[in-house]
Write a protein of this length. Structure first.
Length: 324
């Protein structure tokens, strides 16, 4: 079995980079296991690496990402609908998808490395298929969002890249300039939603006024905000949180609740539910204020749907995960 470690050399802190070096030096070849190191050199490189090994080795290969959410996003796109599984080590800054995967907002990369047996070569994990969000043919593993949260994500990511020691706190800091401006945005939307009894209903608006809109396969984004605490990774259904236009005074008490995953029911401005897919397009033909997995896109129209069991993912054996 080949274990291909995709490392983003600019992701995360120096401490996490050193941890990766420890993994590299401590990895033991056992029962034919082989470690291969691939370092990303440009945007999209992790996707290309993952796809190349998947095509060559299929399920005789595991792709191991050693970076942040951007690296995970690229690798998931490269491995979608292939038999090759993905293993994720939280060596980036935000690591938002890993908060869901490993069941905690406080991640310990060393514990996860040891739990997988990467230090000893006695590798142990279970592989299960999870869903992805397909949007215009691309794949999203975590959260697709629009509006205020995309502004916060954009500023927070730039701040985290420039001031490494801030970590996920960069996203909390980024909230301040964002909420001091207008909190009203507009999109056109035609959404296929489903209630708790399996009945379909639509949300439509041309335009639809809103402050933020998060469509979630997992639970966390933006450095730990939690719009979908009860999401399941393998149920063939996405969760959403749609916030109607709010004033600054209305927003301030809601922010900590949105961060803690307790916003549902806290205000009539917040609508939460489940969704299967839909179409979102801009009101003026310009690019939407949106992103997937923290990566901004320049689409003026997005057609999206849940893609059930599109990715094989490695889970820790030692603990119960809430994948489904």
């Amino acid at each position: 079995m080949k274990y291909v470690f995709i490392e983003n050399p600019i992701a995360g802190t120096k401490q996490k980079q050193l941890l990766f070096k420890e993994v590299q030096s401590a990895f033991r070849w056992k029962d034919g296991a082989e470690m291969i190191i691939e370092e990303t050199e440009h945007s999209g490189h992790a996707k290309d690496i993952a796809r190349r090994y998947a095509e060559q080795y299929g399920d005789n290969c595991v792709i191991v990402t050693c970076g942040g959410d951007g690296t995970v996003h690229e690798a998931a796109n490269g491995l979608a609908n292939t038999p090759t599984p993905l293993m994720i080590l939280p060596f980036g800054t935000g690591n938002d998808f890993c908060k869901k995967l490993y069941g905690s907002k406080k991640l310990d990369p060393l514990r996860i490395v040891k739990a997988f047996g990467l230090h000893t070569g006695d590798l142990k994990y279970k592989i299960k298929p999870i869903d992805l969000i397909d949007y215009n043919g691309e794949k999203c593993i975590n959260v697709m969002s629009y509006g205020l949260d995309t502004k916060v994500e954009t500023i927070g990511k730039k701040l985290a890249d420039r001031v490494k020691f801030l970590g996920h706190q960069a996203y909390n800091i980024a909230i301040v300039p964002c909420i001091l401006g207008s909190l009203k945005y507009q999109i056109n939307a035609d959404l296929d939603c489903i209630d708790s009894e399996g009945n379909h209903y639509s949300i439509k608006g041309e335009p639809l006024d809103y402050t933020l809109f998060a469509i979630c396969n997992a639970s966390y984004y933006g450095g730990g905000f939690c719009p979908a605490p009860n999401s399941k990774l393998d149920d063939g259904i996405l969760d959403y949180a749609l916030v109607s236009p709010v004033s600054l005074a209305e927003a301030l008490p809601l922010i900590p609740k949105y961060n803690a995953g307790t916003a549902e029911g806290a205000s009539d401005k917040i609508r939460c539910g489940q969704i299967l897919g839909g179409r979102i397009w801009s009101t003026d033909g310009k690019p939407l204020l949106g992103n997937c997995d923290g990566e901004n896109f320049d689409y003026s129209e997005v057609n999206f749907k849940v893609e059930k069991h599109a990715l094989n993912l490695c889970f820790l054996e030692e603990e119960k995960n809430d994948e489904g």
